[in-house]
Structure formats: structure tokens, C-alpha cells
Write a protein that binds this ligand. Sequence first.
Ligand code: PLP
Length: 437
Amino acid sequence: MNMQYYSLNNPSIRADFKAATLAGQAPDGGLYFPETIPVWEKTFIDNLAILSKAEIGMRILQPFVGDSMSEATLLEAMEETLAFDFPLKKINENMFILELFHGPTLAFKDLGARFLSRCMGAFANDIGQKINILVATSGDTGGAVADAFHGVAGTEVFILYPSGKVSPVQEKQLTTYGDNIHAFEVEGDFDDCQRMVKQAFQDQELMKKAMLTSSNSINIARWLSQQVYYALALAQWKEDAAPVISVPSGNFGNLCAGLTAWQSGLPVKHFIAACNANNSFTAYIRSGIFQPKPSIATLSNAMDVGLPSNFIRILELFQQEHRNMTKIISSESISDKETVDTLQDVFHAYHYLLDPHSAVAYKALANHLQQHQAQKGILLGTAHPIKFPDVVKKAIGNTPETPLSVQNLWEREKKSIILPPDFQLFKKNLENFLKIS
Ligand SMILES: *Cc1c(COP(=O)(O)O)cnc(C)c1O
């Protein structure tokens, strides 16, 4: 069986896993969506606790990947993708946190980026051609991509970031890998970086000479691989009834993965889309009317998204039926003040330090459990608190200890090419690297 993916703009545009992953999005600009959602065998669900992480990953991804990778290649990709811990920790009697921040860049995006990099590496080998990945980043995504692709044979990564507008830790994560990771420091803002990447994809001359692709969060390899940690949560779940799961949400790739796993049979009682002041999804769940808004800056800034890119995929999962969606999903919008208060309260009451994104999810879950006292829940911890020292300091008066991996960053040498926000100059530099000019 070989799963086909169709464009959400036009169902007659189709691709298999390899083509859809390599392209990122459909030629008409649409997001790819699988033609069916696989149903998991009951024995698989019953045996989650005794299967290895890689085996769980394998079983979940295999139907989506189909013939695009051999079983051995997929298993190896899964072993490398999941090479860190995903512990489920108890915060209090009714609330647990799935810590998704033990990967190299201390945030949950590591998993999706690592799986994507292994797919690209395998496909580069198949087609006998180097794959060049262009990324514009405002900080975090670039770091996860740099780490994930570093040393993956057959791939070259070109990262554009706005000079002076990323944090010192983020800049180190973008500029110190070397080898197949190249950093362009653009004297402009994030929008300039994004515009230069878009222009490259529209440049016929460039596109003809080299295999250029993106690694952004709408790529199916990133979305679909995120299902795996939902199963890893259930593998560690020892309570009687199925959990409520609260997901800190921005572009909704994370929640969309959880819903996909649930449609395949993962036992989940209810999902909470936990949002900050960027609440277009919360308003949609409550009213049935979707009205994207310009994004608002908040303390949980990785969730500052006005028009969530995966909203259209969530609609497709529920056949555009708002009624079906609200049976399983509710949503809350949490203010910055509530975020800081929650971080502080949870630290003092339970000696657990949340990051601002996880604090949003905690608060939304706590509100839900107050209304449903027999239920228990899991919140997804999407980042390590050390990544947001200012907010943590504001809430508890001091900053957490720096993990070793971040300490080592300071000793690494920064290497970047400084550029004005000019596409032709960027193109020249890129061609130099590609040696195709
Ligand atoms: C990206 C990110 C989110 C939002 O995830 P989506 O899949 O875009 O909804 C939440 N928390 C952190 C720390 C993130 O980096």
C-alpha cells in the first residue's frame, strides 16, 4: 500500500510521501493531507507500555510512509529521531506533564525536525542528488533545523535570520554548527528573510540548477511524526480512565498530530487547545466562526500566531463539521498575567517549574478539571524553562540552572555571512555555495 496525499486546495493534485515531503507544499500552494487516516490495531494500543519507542514510531509512521522508505531505513530514522527521553511526570493528584524538551534544542520541535532531516537524507540518497534546504527563522525553528540536519549526508541547510533580533542562545544555535549548515545574517527583519526565501523558490533559474526545498512546519514529515509522543504519553499512563490532553498551540501542528492519533484509536478523553491572547481558534470553537487576526506579542511568543497554518488540516480531519470538532476539542485563551501567576503558583505549590508555553497549557487544563472533577489530564511541556529566563525571573525571582548543552554553546565559534536584505546578493552567495553559477 502506498499512501497518497492530496492538496487541500485541489484534491486532484496528489503525491506520495516522498514527493510530498521533498516539496513541502503542493504546487498550487496547498497543504498536503493523507487520503486516509489509518486505524491502529487494538493489540498495538494495549501493548504500548511494552514496545520500544522506535517500534511505536515505526508502527505509527509506516502506513503514512508506505513505499517511500524501506522498513530498515524507517526504523533507523525513528531510532535517531527518538534518541532522547519523553518522561511523563506527575505534578499533582490530577495533573501530569509530558516533557518534550529533552532534545538538543530543548523544545518539542526537535522531534519533527529530526524526523524530517532523516527523511531528506534518505531521499537524497535515493535520487542521487544533494538536497538544499532554505529556512527563514525568527529564532527557534532555525536552531532545531540546524541541529537536526547537522551531519546528515546529502543535505545542505541555508538559514536566514534577522541580525540582532534573535536571542544570544538562539544565535549560537544558528551559527556554530558549520559543515553542512550555513547561516546568513540578514540586516533586516524576519519578514525580509522570509521574502528572500520565497523569492528563491520563485527563481526559475535557481530552481532548475539545484534541488531546493524548505523545512517549514507544514511539511507532512514534521506534522505526522509528532503523533509519536502522544502514544509515548499513553505508554506511561497508569490511571484508569483516558486522559484529557492540553496542548499549547500556535500554528496547531502539535494539536493536529494529537487529533490524528486519536482518530487512529489512541484513547484520549478530550483535547484542550490552550492559546494565549492570540485566540482566533478559541473564538472559532466557541462560535463556529473563524476570523484570523494580526498576531499579538505575548510572553509565550512561540504561540503568537494570528492565522494558524494547520487550522485547515484540523477542519479536514472533521470534514469541516464544527459540531464534530466540539465533541472532542475545547479551547481556552490565557492572558500573560495568568501565565506568570500560574508559573509562580505551580512552582510554590508543587516545586515544578513550567515554561510560559506550558504554563498556558497548565492553566487551561486546571480550568477544565475544575468543571470535570472525575477527570485527570496531561499537559504537553513544549519548552525547557531556561529558554525563557526573563519570564521565569519575573515569576519566581530567579532563573533556573543552565543545562550543560546550553553552557557548551558559549565556547563554540560563530560563523555567519552578513548580508543586506537584497535577494540578488543572497542568490550570488547561494550559487557560490552550490557551485553552480
Ligand atoms: C512552536 C511552539 C508551540 C506551538 O506549537 P504549534 O505546533 O505551532 O501549535 C508551543 N510551544 C513552544 C515552546 C513552541 O516552540
